[in-house]
Ligand binder design. Structure first.
Ligand SMILES: Cc1cc2nc3c(=O)[nH]c(=O)nc-3n(C[C@H](O)[C@H](O)[C@H](O)COP(=O)(O)OP(=O)(O)OC[C@H]3O[C@@H](n4cnc5c(N)ncnc54)[C@H](O)[C@@H]3O)c2cc1C
Length: 504
């Protein structure tokens, strides 16, 4: 039996952040990761296709905590990120398209191609989304988050729909849809559904690039964040074991005092932090019988049915969009590429999934880092990452191999309508449907945020850092402020552990 000050179950970026902060405070920390690699959903895969580095799950960064970057000196440990500009490219079937980025004049010219009345509206939308995001960001490190600290206007916007937020400011259908997708990412709701306003604001909360709401790429892929955090944790004395699947917590009376792995190894510690999904932590590891009634109710009601599917394509050449022809690198290749022509399309994609099991025409959000970081693929080749909704975890007729193949075909066929060269440019593909995300990353229900980020599951209604059993803490996305690559859940958990150990 080995003894530590703190055990961290799971090496997602939040577990790593917590481990590094606890190590910095002088604690002896051990990280136990069930899979064969570090990083959870913040990972770069180098062993799938020779010469390629794939951000297999998460692929862009915005919310990573600037305090954490400085405190752990992550740049010295290899973290290097750069802003994605342009930000978005939305092609249409009629040959028009919309390209938006950091340059106000270029944005105005793009929007004027549709409706010049929306130029001012777009600026007003950006101001409102940025101010909502900023208000959220200011709460992210709160140890006792409370939704009612916001004024009524802010609460109404967050509780309302993403569509309401955008329709208030702009009327061009493709602009509305482009802006509303941030309210849908990872969420099994449509743009007109209540609460998607919160999801939209959450995606405007980040300040990693010093610009409110700006998103960017990480050199070496998203795994470089986890590797930097691991290196920072190790430099502060933490150890990490992979293929250490925790199957049970050790208890002493009402307190949690350690963890047991599948192969029977036992580890003891004064504090046990779980980076795993709350359902895994409470149902599988602790046992529901040790929960208080409020936690039991929260667990039973927890919404964690993921609607997202990830399809990574290795392409022999860049997509040749009918709306902006050419396979030589152009600015739109660097942007988030949306298949989202209007709000009704997005709502239909959601509603069809509820009715039929999956979208007939899914919403697609695609990324290519290779035009700005060619080191991620062999010369002249590219990785085209597609985040597709809605392909829910719980489709009525299940997820067979044929079903996965059909989903990939459907997505590629949709893309081919906008960039006809894509099907013939595909040299390899990796598809992860929601059950694959669950199996590979431990994301219960395949939910990318460890559960919906909607009112009822945010702030004080998300899981608390301190578990109902003494000595046990949650340090993953199931706690405030929830999912995305931010590090805040790990930071908050470390802070709680340190406060409790000092008082003990
Ligand atoms: C396809 C996809 C795309 C995404 N895109 C983005 C994006 O572009 N930008 C962004 O900011 N966010 C994105 N996200 C969300 C983001 O990646 C997650 O919210 C975040 O990485 C979760 O981090 P975490 O540390 O809380 O937990 P996780 O990354 O889920 O890590 C939990 C870890 O715990 C381990 N574990 C679980 N159970 C056990 C056990 N019993 N014993 C030991 N170890 C265990 C798991 O193996 C895993 O390594 C995406 C997620 C997915 C899946």
């Amino acid at each position: 039996m080995e003894t530590y000050d703190a055990l961290v179950i799971g090496s997602g970026h939040n577990g790593l952040a917590a481990a590094a902060l606890l190590g910095e405070a002088g604690l002896r920390v051990l990280i136990l990761e069930r899979s064969d690699r570090i990083g959870g959903a913040t990972v770069s895969e180098r062993d799938r296709w020779p010469g390629y580095t794939i951000s297999a799950a998460s692929y862009v960064c915005s919310l990573l905590d600037p305090w954490l970057i400085d405190r752990l000196d992550l740049r010295a440990h290899g973290y290097d990120a750069y802003r994605k500009d342009p930000a978005s490219f939305t092609p249409l079937l009629d040959g028009r398209s919309l390209l938006l980025g950091a340059d106000d004049e270029k944005n105005a010219a793009e929007i004027a191609g549709f409706d010049s009345a929306d130029i001012a509206g777009f600026a007003a939308f950006e101001r409102e989304a940025g101010s909502l995001g900023s208000a959220l960001f200011e709460s992210f490190a709160d140890m006792e988050p409370r939704f009612d600290r916001f004024d009524a206007r802010v609460r109404a916007a967050l509780e309302g729909s993403a569509a309401a937020l955008v329709e208030r400011h702009v009327r061009t259908p493709v602009l509305q849809a482009t802006l509303a997708t941030d309210g849908l990412i990872g969420t099994y709701r449509g743009p007109f559904d209540a609460g998607t306003g919160y999801v939209l604001a959450h995606h405007y909360a980040g300040r990693a690039f010093g610009v409110q709401g700006a998103w960017g790429f990480v050199r070496g892929g998203m795994g470089a964040i986890s590797q930097a955090l691991l290196s920072a944790a190790q430099a502060r004395g933490a150890r990490a074991l992979t293929e250490a699947n925790v199957t049970r917590l050790l208890r002493d009376g009402d307190s949690v005092v350690g963890a047991v792995t599948a192969d029977g190894r036992e580890f003891r510690a004064r504090a046990v932090l779980s980076n795993a999904h709350p359902i895994t932590t409470y149902r599988d590891l602790l046992g529901e019988e040790h929960l208080d009634d409020a936690s039991k109710r929260r667990l039973a009601a927890w919404q964690s049915v993921g609607p997202a599917l990830k399809l990574n394509l290795a392409l022999g050449e860049l997509p040749n969009f009918t709306a902006r022809p050419g396979t030589a690198p152009q600015s739109h290749h660097r942007a988030t590429i949306h298949v989202a022509p209007d709000l009704p399309f997005l709502q239909r994609a959601h509603d069809d999934a509820r009715r039929l099991g999956e979208s007939e025409e899914p919403m697609l959000e695609c990324f290519m880092q290779t035009p700005t970081d060619p080191s991620l693929a062999p010369q002249g080749k590219h990785i085209f990452s597609i985040f597709a909704q809605y392909f829910p975890y719980d489709r009525p007729d299940g997820w067979s191999g044929a079903r996965r193949d059909a989903a990939a075909k459907k997505i590629v066929a949709m893309l081919a309508r906008y960039a006809p060269n894509i099907p013939n440019a595909i040299e390899a593909q990796q598809l992860m449907a929601a059950p694959d995300l669950e199996e590979r990353f431990g994301l219960v229900g395949g939910h990318i945020f460890h559960g919906e980020l909607l009112p009822g599951q945010i702030f004080e209604t998300r899981f608390g850092v301190r578990a109902p059993a003494r000595g046990l803490y949650l340090c993953g996305s199931g706690t405030h402020p929830g999912g995305c690559v931010s590090g805040f859940p790990g930071r908050r958990a470390a802070q709680a552990v340190l406060a409790d150990l000092v008082l003990a």
